[in-house]
Design a binder for this molecule. Structure first.
Ligand SMILES: NC(=O)c1ccc[n+]([C@@H]2O[C@H](COP(=O)([O-])OP(=O)(O)OC[C@H]3O[C@@H](n4cnc5c(N)ncnc54)[C@H](OP(=O)(O)O)[C@@H]3O)[C@@H](O)[C@H]2O)c1
Length: 277
């Protein structure tokens, strides 16, 4: 007999591996993912939904949410909102928790960078980049904590970046992503007594259709090939589906022993940018 403590806390039922049929450790979970209409967030939403998790997601564009909901199915809860707008994210968390009868996990996936290089980016660019990465992640967790605590514990995943731990421009982005790693580690200690686990995941450069690396691959194939040869020892960028599987694991009971960790999913990528070091 080998028992795992559910949700990393002492507060809920144990899961026995003897004869247990919960293949993924995700059974009956209720999870919110910000920014689920494209890229990594979309892959997390699709994977969790396919595993029977109750999922809620948000984005600014109604069309993206409608398209996603049409293919994922009616169980998906969606809300059009800007994660940086005061109160909107908090309302989404409250409404989802009411609809689902509680929450077991949240993923702060929305992120990005505003402004150019160091001498072009102004104070507003720095503040906006901070708000969409660190600010939104912090507010998401804050709104979710009472619900996770009420469920006897839960799992928080903060999506950082290779740029959060391997330096590279733009600085406003790498500084914010670096702060997300520290945020996860700090919250893991503070929320641990409530059975709430908090981890950061740092994807390497991902090929997202229509986004930076995909555009480079199509529009500048030689420069892209040089980037791959110089910076990607695995010979290819990591796929968002690969990162989504790691996130799903961290949300599951099978990762009950992991909290305060930072997990790079970058297949040993060197520099985060094609300029190298
Ligand atoms: N792409 C990469 O190579 C890479 C590498 C390392 C780390 N990351 C990190 O991974 C995460 C996901 O990146 P991605 O490239 O997969 O995402 P993406 O393709 O840029 O998609 C972002 C998602 O977030 C939503 N979103 C953006 N801003 C929002 C806002 N203010 N409020 C609400 N929703 C918002 C978007 O929908 P709407 O536009 O409709 O709002 C979309 O659903 C980010 O944290 C990013 O920093 C990305």
């Amino acid at each position: 007999m080998f028992d795992l403590v559910r949700n990393g806390s002492g507060g809920r039922a144990t899961v026995s591996l003897d004869g247990d049929t919960d293949r993924t450790g995700l059974r009956d979970k209720r999870v919110l993912v910000t920014g689920g209409t494209r890229g990594l967030g979309e892959q997390i939403v699709r994977l969790l939904s396919a595993e029977g998790v109750r999922v809620g997601t948000c984005a600014r564009t109604a069309r993206g949410l409608e398209t996603l909901a049409a293919s994922v199915g009616p169980a998906l809860f969606t809300r059009r909102l800007d994660v940086t707008a005061p109160g909107e994210l908090e309302g989404f968390v409250e409404d989802a928790a009411e609809l689902f009868g509680g929450l077991d996990g949240v993923v702060a996936c929305t992120g990005g960078s505003r402004g150019g290089g160091f001498e072009e980016a102004d104070a507003e660019d720095w503040a906006a980049t901070w708000a969409v990465n660190v600010g939104h992640a912090t507010r998401l967790v804050r709104a979710a904590v009472p619900h996770l605590r009420a469920a006897g514990g839960g799992s928080v995943v903060v999506i950082s970046s290779i740029s959060g731990w391997k330096p590279g421009p733009p600085a406003q982005y790498s500084v914010a992503k670096s702060a997300q790693i520290q945020l996860a580690a700090s919250l893991a200690r503070e929320l641990g007594p409530d059975g709430i686990r908090v981890n950061a995941v740092s994807p390497g450069s991902m090929l997202i259709p229509g986004r930076r690396w995909d555009r480079m691959r199509r529009e500048e194939p030689e420069a892209f090939a040089r980037f791959v040869a110089a910076e990607l020892p695995g010979g290819a960028p990591v796929a968002p589906q690969e990162v989504a599987r790691v996130v799903a694991f961290l949300l599951s009971d099978w990762s009950s022993g992991i909290s305060g960790a930072h997990l790079p999913v970058d297949r040993a990528q060197n520099a985060p940018s094609p300029d190298g070091y």
